[in-house]
Design a protein around this ligand. Structure first.
Ligand SMILES: [Mg+2]
Length: 376
């Protein structure tokens, strides 16, 4: 039977101290010669690093959770190591550029969040753009052509949308007429002469029917929309999804269908048409490639000369945050301020905390304890 992991007494004490003392913990700890030894040892090398989910951990709906600012203050130096502790944000959200998201988050949280420390569902596609720099690809999801702009930033120079397809030929899906603003955001492309090599679902499609139709058209013809169907393709169209979440929480009382639901709808239709599902690549939490990518981002920011410090994932969703962190052999802390609010989680975390502040304090206490009393 699952139970909350027991906290070691020394770590327990420090975690409580951090929570109790808040802003004064730094000066309190400075009087401790063990702490001073620890800071000497770690002047350049961080003793641990954090990976935070955002929704349900730092923010809920439009509001910043009160514990978030206190947690970030601890990371910025108000901790017994007396140094800024590295952290990145890892979310299954997306739809706009990392820079835009970070500007909003910085304004809300009151701490600067840099684009280099922000990974959203589709950020990993930067690692694939070299394959498709000048090759036409389809990019789906988001409002109007926002994901086209994100794709361009990543290096996809010929990224087209399903609205481009509809602007080219309205008969592709006659049940949607483009509005003036949608038309203004389209590109004039002759898709009968433009073979599509890959389809990237960046974010939740706004028009499932249109996008499922266009994906089927591209895949069945081997790239030319409206072209003859090709049974055995030499080079099948690559299909990539960025967020596997079946459901997500909005401000509405009940969960909403996510990009994972769109994928299932597409595969259901494709199987009914062809007899089998279409092979695809899946990114986003809890997939391994996304956790490997996050590790790489952190490694790049810390420099490659040092081994990575212990990684702590702080999340509210056992299915994505905790499952992925456990599989990546990170330590995981599940908070009760979002999807999970208590009971037995579906994936067992290293620790369960009331909120992000307790999570951060607990993690620091673990490493502080090991630093002061190295394990033999
Ligand atoms: Mg969350």
């Amino acid at each position: 039977m699952w139970r909350i992991p027991r906290k070691p007494p020394a770590a327990n004490l420090l975690a409580r101290k951090l929570l109790r003392d808040g802003s004064s913990v730094h000066s309190l700890s400075r009087s401790n010669h063990q702490y001073q030894a620890a800071t000497r040892n770690h002047r350049t090398k961080p003793p641990l690093a954090f990976v935070f989910d955002i929704d349900g951990v730092l923010i809920r709906g439009e509001d910043v959770l009160p514990a978030a600012k206190r947690a970030l203050s601890i990371l910025e130096g108000n901790n017994p190591f007396g140094m800024r502790l590295p952290y990145i944000l890892l979310t299954n959200g997306g739809g706009v550029s990392e820079q835009q998201r970070c500007e909003k988050l910085t304004a809300k949280l009151g701490f600067e969040i840099k684009a280099a420390q922000y990974i959203q569902a589709h950020t990993i596609l930067k690692t694939m753009s070299y394959k498709y720099t000048n090759t036409p690809v389809l990019v789906l999801g988001g409002k109007r052509d926002q994901v086209r702009q994100v794709a361009a930033d990543y290096g996809f120079k010929k990224a087209y949308t399903s609205h481009d397809v509809l602007a080219w030929n309205s008969s592709v899906w006659p049940f949607h007429q483009l509005s003036a603003s949608e038309t203004a955001a389209t590109k004039n492309i002759d898709f009968s002469q433009t073979p599509i090599s890959a389809i990237f679902v960046f974010h939740d499609p706004r028009n499932w029917a249109l996008d499922i139709q266009v994906i089927c058209d591209v895949i069945q013809s081997g790239g030319i929309i409206g072209g003859p169907y090709v049974e055995n393709q030499m080079k099948p169209v690559e299909l990539v999804f960025c967020n596997p979440d079946l459901i997500w929480r909005s401000d509405f009382d009940r969960p909403r269908l996510g990009q994972g639901a769109f994928k299932m709808a597409f595969q259901g239709v494709f199987k009914a048409l062809t007899g089998s599902e279409y092979p695809h690549v899946q990114f986003g939490k809890p997939t391994r490639p996304t956790y490997d990518f996050a590790t790489q981002v952190l490694r790049d920011s810390l420099g490659h000369e040092n081994p990575l410090p212990p990684m702590y994932m702080i999340g509210d969703n056992p299915e994505s945050d905790i499952a992925g962190a456990n599989a990546a052999s990170w330590k995981s802390v599940l908070v009760k301020t979002g999807v999970f609010s208590g009971g037995q989680p579906t994936h067992e975390p290293t620790y369960i905390a009331e909120d992000v502040e307790e999570a951060v304090s607990w993690a620091i206490a673990q490493e502080y304890k090991d630093d002061v009393y190295p394990q033999k």
